[in-house]
Design a protein around this ligand. Structure first.
Ligand SMILES: *[C@@H]1O[C@H](CO)[C@@H](O)[C@H](O)[C@H]1NC(C)=O
Ligand SMILES: *[C@@H]1O[C@H](CO)[C@@H](O)[C@H](O)[C@H]1NC(C)=O
Length: 415
């Protein structure tokens, strides 16, 4: 009885306070790119920044600040922030017919109160990015990509480690909540430019319920922090994008769903490169797997966007599996079985064969078709120094990505 009353009360609030999102999610497709490797460093996106340190202990942004002169680290980062993504990129992204950018940022841009060695100075670039997005009519998803202790131990969380520690300390979660509150209150009246906040990228749910218990509570807390930033009963129009924590759609069945909750999007990341079996797949198998994914995406109760994916069919990109770690595809990754040489499967698209480029286009189109059966997609990533198979910009240049994402050559590829 009480439950019914609560549900009824919330429904009533919704019908009075119908939210107005900054983009018509559910009726128009999300088509976007991630701005990876900019405000959060990734060794594989910009290997030169790591190689030029001359110190092999520098494997992530934490050690980037820890093991070199701080003034030098800041100067390198400042130059990178000023050049990796500029206004011209926003212009080109809009011209390519995309409507969203997802922008990863780490907690350390906001808070190094725990004494972590991270170098700060990223935040003004978030502000710039939003100004540029407004100018070119792009929507920004602010994505908290790393939290204190690390939520997954990947280098792209800021700190590479074998077991993540974010979920093991309430103080880590408290610091994350404070950052989400700050982001939500900063952008609460700008949902035309920042329609979505994604409170945490890729928490490592595969470590079990110790992690998932904390993640579920964090999604609830984030919903409150994002939806009620005015410190009154007034609700914001900001959409909350929660990651699936690598759990299947069935796990999340009815989680945060209408009518008790409103304006929640499920973010799923889909790659076919992080296992030996996937690296061994034929081109036809890659395409078939992409097409088959639609069934899972559309079985979610929540709106679902594939917030990361790529046409890369192998893990050949240098440092993709972390700095100093090899590739499964060419057998240099521990415990892997060689499929073949990585030569001309990564690096510059100028070296890719016509057959490879044709396959990249087919695989790209199969994924776009499949993910648009749900609410859309955001490719990882706009650019990479020397891994064109991952780069939207390079795909446009060499022709395996169409100049407009709706200009498909293989529109029947999933039939
Ligand atoms: C093309 O491949 C060759 C041999 O693998 C390499 O030396 C060269 O740098 C590549 N070209 C570009 C433009 O990356
Ligand atoms: C890679 O491409 C370059 C330039 O097209 C070519 O010279 C080289 O032989 C290619 N390498 C392999 C292994 O195919």
């Amino acid at each position: 009885m009480l439950f019914t009353a609560v549900v009824y009360g919330l429904s009533l609030v919704h019908s009075i306070n119908a939210l107005t999102f900054g983009f018509p999610y559910g009726s128009q497709k999300v088509r976007g790119v991630n701005l990876g490797g900019w405000l959060v460093l990734e060794p594989w996106i910009t290997p030169s920044l790591f190689d030029s340190t001359g110190d092999s202990r520098i494997v992530d942004e934490y050690t980037f600040g820890q093991y070199q002169d701080r003034a030098k680290a800041l100067a390198t980062l400042k130059k990178h922030w000023d050049s990796w993504i500029t206004e011209a990129d926003f212009k080109a992204i809009a011209a390519a017919g995309l409507n969203h950018v997802r922008l990863p940022i780490g907690y350390w841009a906001f808070d190094v109160s725990g004494g972590e060695p991270f170098v700060q100075g990223q935040l003004p670039y978030l502000t710039k990015a939003i100004t540029w997005a407004q100018k070119y009519g792009l929507k920004v998803i602010i994505d908290l990509h790393g939290v204190p202790g690390s939520q997954n131990g990947y280098d792209n969380s800021g700190q590479k480690k074998s077991y993540p520690l974010w979920h093991t300390q309430q103080s880590n979660v408290d610091r994350s909540n404070a950052i989400i509150k700050r982001i939500a209150s900063t952008y609460k009246d700008m949902t035309g430019a920042v329609p979505v906040i994604a409170p945490l990228n890729e928490p490592a749910g595969y470590f079990g319920d110790d992690v998932m218990r904390v993640v579920r509570q964090y999604w609830y807390d984030s919903y409150g922090n994002i939806r009620w930033p005015y410190r009154t009963s007034r609700q914001s129009n900001t959409v909350v994008m929660i990651h699936d924590a690598f759990q299947p759609s069935s796990y999340w069945s009815n989680f945060m769903s209408w009518p008790n909750w409103e304006g929640v999007i499920m973010d799923k990341h889909v790659y076919q490169v992080f296992s030996v079996a996937e690296n061994q797949m034929t081109n036809a198998q890659h395409i078939q797997t992409a097409c088959a994914k639609a069934a899972d995406l559309t079985s979610n109760t929540l709106w679902t966007v594939v917030g990361e994916w790529s046409p890369a069919p192998n893990d050949c990109a240098k440092y993709l599996n972390a700095r100093g770690v090899g590739s499964r595809y060419d057998g240099t990754y521990p415990g892997s079985t060689r499929v073949g040489s990585c030569d001309n499967l990564t690096g510059s698209g100028a070296n890719f064969t016509t057959e490879y480029k044709t396959f990249l286009r087919q695989f790209w189109e199969a994924q776009v078709i499949s993910y648009e059966k749900a609410q859309g997609w955001i490719q990882w990533t706009w650019k990479a120094e020397n891994a064109d198979e991952w780069s939207y910009q390079a795909g446009l240049k060499y022709g395996w990505i169409p100049q407009k994402p709706t200009d498909l050559k293989y529109s029947n590829i999933c039939i």
